[in-house]
Design a protein around this ligand. Structure first.
Ligand SMILES: *Cc1c(COP(=O)(O)O)cnc(C)c1O
Length: 420
């Protein structure tokens, strides 16, 4: 039932909560739940798959794929990751401002002196992809009288960021002569590591090896090398080198069906919302915009407080299934901006305020980002990133000393409990 705020169950860290339900934010109509224990579990599983000398970079770009960058970064570092990967400078600054001291690689491009100043100030580590860019970085650092560790990116076949691999060794030599720069690593990125056919991945791997061999032949001592994303980390140990850059698997999803079970992963994110109204409608009644669904019989429908402005894609209309009380329930009619409707004819005495699971576990049912991606013809990465900040991130921490769940709301400082 939708209770009054005075009966909020939220407690601060260390206090006890009822064993399972209700540990949900009673003021919210919809929210994203983040399971810190699952992050720690996944990081531990991935670490076990790596050799002793291979480090793990948790890729926390795009607000940790929608999971909340600060709490994911802290949890992953505690669980054994030693690097963080971000796409942009502001993403790196956000982590530094939260007091995170681990090395942070900026995977995206940085070109202007202003960007390099920010990188140097916040002790981030940039990716370099061209001689011109390296020169600007060196000159800017000279003005600042600061030094910086940089990472050289080779394009071995992704045709995205990176210097063409054939020019990799020459680029390495050029950068090695520039002042204020220290080469921290040479890396590349794979285009097809999630394919069951390894041919293209192997070709990229060989090109990477060829460039490395040339650098070595020039007499340089090799810096760290890295090549693998989640898929390559799972499918090919020869791609591990000194460091693996793992995004998706940190969040508990497999990059492809054939990679399932190589390590055991637990989904980290759940998306939940509340029933806000229940009504019966006679056969023949149209539901939602455009009457895309006409009730074939007398029906009981539930209105739920979540919609496409929260990140539930409208193209899931009439295809989405959700969980209530451990049952699989069909969504009916067009998904609207803030609300959607369910056919709850088979749930007697459903109550306003009850929780609907859109993604996550409900009874024996698991509702996954992969299910949504399959329906929509996209990938689970895009589904995870699609949930808007209108949905509060509620961080559950079953790893606390008391053994009870703590629920925090993520925000500027995810470590400070706040009333929801
Ligand atoms: C995003 C990204 C990753 C992580 O990819 P996953 O498939 O999510 O593991 C690794 N490396 C680079 C360069 C990236 O941009």
């Amino acid at each position: 039932m939708l209770s009054q705020e005075s009966s909020l169950q939220l407690k601060s860290k260390g206090s006890s909560l009822p064993e399972r339900e209700p540990t949900v934010p009673l003021r919210e109509r919809a929210w994203v739940e983040i399971d810190r224990g699952a992050i720690a579990h996944n990081v531990g599983e991935i670490k076990r798959h790596l050799s002793q000398k291979c480090q793990l970079m948790a890729v926390v770009k795009a607000d940790a794929y929608g999971h909340g960058a600060i709490s994911v970064a802290e949890t992953a570092l505690e669980a054994g990751a030693s690097w963080l990967g971000v796409a942009t400078i502001p993403e790196g600054i956000q982590l530094r401002e939260a007091g995170i001291e681990a090395p942070i690689l900026v995977l995206g491009a940085v070109n202007t002196p202003e960007q390099i100043q920010a990188i140097a100030h916040w002790r981030l580590q940039p990716t370099l992809c061209s001689a011109k860019q390296a020169l600007i970085v060196s000159e800017t650092l000279n003005q600042l009288q600061k030094n910086l560790t940089v990472h050289l990116k080779l394009d071995t076949g992704m045709s995205r960021l990176g210097i063409p691999w054939q020019e990799g060794a020459e680029f390495f030599q050029q950068v090695s002569h520039l002042s204020h720069l220290q080469i921290g690593s040479v890396y590349s990125h794979l285009a097809t590591a999630d394919s069951p056919d390894p041919e293209i991945m192997n070709q990229q791997h060989q090109r990477f090896e060829a460039a490395i061999a040339q650098i070595k032949a020039m007499g340089f001592r090799l810096p760290k090398l890295h090549l693998a994303n989640s898929a390559a980390t799972l499918c090919d140990r020869t791609c591990h080198y000194d460091l693996v850059r793992v995004g998706l698997a940190t969040y508990g999803l497999y990059p492809a069906p054939h990679l399932q079970g190589i390590v055991h992963l637990k989904p980290v994110m759940q998306v939940k919302a509340r029933v806000t109204q229940i009504k019966t409608i006679p056969a023949g009644t149209g539901i939602s915009y455009g009457y895309q669904y006409i009730a074939p019989r007398d029906m009981t429908i539930a209105v739920v407080g979540i919609g496409y402005a929260d990140g539930v894609p409208r193209n899931l209309s009439n295809k989405l299934q959700v969980g209530i009380r451990g049952q699989r329930i069909p969504q009916v009619g067009a998904i609207t901006m803030d609300q959607l409707m369910l056919d709850v004819s088979h749930i007697p005495d459903l109550q306003v305020g009850e929780v609907v699971t859109l993604l996550g576990k409900d009874g024996d049912h698991q509702f996954t980002a992969d299910d949504w991606a399959t329906i929509l013809g996209t990938i689970s990465w895009e589904i995870l990133c699609s949930f808007k900040h209108r949905l509060p991130r509620v961080i559950s921490s079953p790893v606390s000393a008391s053994g009870h769940e703590n629920l925090l709301r993520s925000g500027q400082d995810a470590r400070t409990p706040r009333i929801l």
